[in-house]
Design a protein around this ligand. Structure first.
Ligand SMILES: Nc1ncnc2c1ncn2[C@@H]1O[C@H](COP(=O)(O)OP(=O)(O)O)[C@@H](O)[C@H]1O
Ligand SMILES: [Mg+2]
Length: 336
C-alpha cells in the first residue's frame, strides 16, 4: 500500500527545461521525508506537483490516499503547504492573516478566530499578533507562514525550504516547532539545501539533482556512502602541501582533495578524534605547520561530490520563488 505521499515517474517540463525527470517517492504515514538538493534540482516543482499547484506532464501522485490528478480539490483540502513563496499578506496583521486562511477553508468566523489565537500562541507570535506582518522579521514571517499552513490541521504537510536564509537561532526555533508538529503524527515532506536540517528532522532522505532522485536512505546511510567524517587541515606553508597530502592519504579512506589557494586539504576518514590526534602527531613529527585542523561531518557538498562527481553549487539568478499563484506581494525579508 502506498504511503501518505506517493509519487511515481513524475515528469515536468518548462519549455526546454526538464525540471522533473521521473521522480519516485513513497513517504509512510507519520514520517518525515527530507527532499535534499541544490538550487534548481527540482524540489519546488515536486512540491508544487504534489500539492496540485502544477500539473505534471507524466506520472502518478497520490497524497493522503487521494489521486492528485483526478481529485485536486480533495487533495487541497487535505494538505498544508508552507514555503518559499509565503502566502502571507503583508498589509494584514498576523491574526488577520490566520483568520483569513481559516475562512478560506470555510471555517466559521468564531472557530477561525479561536484557531488563529491558538497558533499565534504556539508560534510565539502573540505579542506581534496585531501588527501588520510587513513589520515582522524574517523568522517571524516564517513562523506565521507555517502557522497559516496549520490552520486546518492537515494530515499531510509540505514545507519548501522552511529555514533557508534564517539565522541559527530562528532556524533552531523553527526546527523545534516542526518536531512538535510531527510528533503529533503529521506526515511531512520537507525540502532543504542543508544536510544538517534533513539530519535533524527527517526519517528518510531523498537526494535530488537535475529532476531525479539520485540517492535515498537515512542520514546515516547517506553519510556512510560518502565516506563518513572528514579530516580538514590548513597547512601554513604552500610548500608543505605535497608532504601533507602524503600523510593524510595514509590515514584516509578515500582521495585527499586539495584547495590550493586556501592551502586546505580534506580527506574522508573513519576513527574520529583518536585518528585526528594521530594525524596531528604525524604532521608534527614531519614539521608540517598547521593553521587549522579539525574533524567534520560530511556536508551536502560532500554527499553531492561523492554521488555525482560535482559540487552542489548555487546557480546565481536561478529562482522561481516569485512565481506561482501564492506569490502575492512577495517582498524581501527585512534584516533580522
Ligand atoms: N515556472 C517555471 N518556468 C520555467 N522554469 C522553471 C519554472 N519553475 C522551475 N523552473 C526550472 O526548473 C528547474 C527546477 O526548479 P525548482 O523545482 O524550482 O528547483 P529547486 O526548488 O530545487 O531549486 C530549474 O531549472 C528551474 O529554473
Ligand atoms: Mg525551490
Amino acid at each position: 500500500m502506498p504511503g501518505a505521499i506517493y509519487a511515481e515517474g513524475l515528469v515536468k517540463h518548462f519549455g526546454d527545461v526538464k525540471a522533473l525527470d521521473g521522480v519516485d517517492l513513497d513517504v509512510p504515514e507519520g514520517t518525515v521525508l527530507g527532499l535534499l538538493g541544490p538550487n534548481g534540482a527540482g524540489k519546488t516543482t515536486t512540491v508544487r506537483c504534489l500539492t496540485t499547484l502544477l500539473r505534471p506532464d507524466r506520472g502518478t501522485a497520490i497524497v493522503a490516499g487521494i489521486d492528485v490528478l483526478k481529485h485536486p480539490d480533495a487533495v487541497r483540502r487535505s494538505v498544508g503547504l508552507s514555503g518559499q513563496f509565503a502566502a502571507v499578506d503583508e498589509y494584514l496583521t498576523g491574526r488577520e492573516n490566520l483568520q483569513m486562511v481559516g475562512q478560506l477553508y470555510q471555517m466559521r468566523a468564531k472557530a477561525a478566530k479561536q484557531r488563529a489565537a491558538e497558533l499565534l500562541e504556539q508560534f510565539h507570535l502573540t505579542d506581534a499578533a496585531d501588527r501588520p506582518t510587513k513589520t515582522y522579521s524574517g523568522g517571524m514571517r516564517r513562523r506565521l507562514d507555517l502557522a497559516a499552513a496549520l490552520v486546518v490541521r492537515p494530515p499531510v504537510m509540505f514545507m519548501d525550504e522552511p529555514t533557508t536564509g534564517l539565522d541559527p537561532r530562528n532556524r533552531q526555533q523553527l526546527w523545534d516547532v516542526i518536531k512538535q508538529l510531527v510528533s503529533g503524527g503529521t506526515t511531512l515532506l520537507l525540502t532543504t539545501q542543508y544536510l544538517e536540517e534533513a539530519d535533524h528532522l527527517a526519517h528518510d532522505i531523498c537526494v535530488v539533482d537535475h529532476g531525479r532522485v539520485i540517492a535515498r536512505g537515512t542520514s546515516d546511510q547517506l553519510k556512510a556512502q560518502t565516506g563518513g567524517e572528514r579530516v580538514e587541515v590548513v597547512v601554513r606553508d604552500r610548500g608543505h602541501i605535497t608532504a601533507a597530502v602524503e600523510v593524510l592519504s595514509g590515514f584516509g579512506k578515500g582521495e585527499t582533495t586539495v584547495e590550493e589557494h586556501t592551502r586546505k586539504l580534506t580527506v574522508p576518514v573513519s576513527g574520529g578524534a583518536k585518528l585526528l590526534a594521530e594525524v596531528i602527531r604525524e604532521l608534527d613529527s614531519r614539521d608540517i605547520e598547521m593553521d587549522d585542523v579539525g574533524l567534520r561531518r560530511p556536508t551536502l557538498d560532500d554527499v553531492f561530490l561523492s554521488l555525482t562527481g560535482h559540487l552542489a553549487e548555487e546557480k546565481p539568478g536561478e529562482s522561481s520563488e516569485a512565481e506561482g499563484p501564492k506569490a502575492r506581494k512577495h517582498t524581501k525579508e527585512p534584516a533580522q
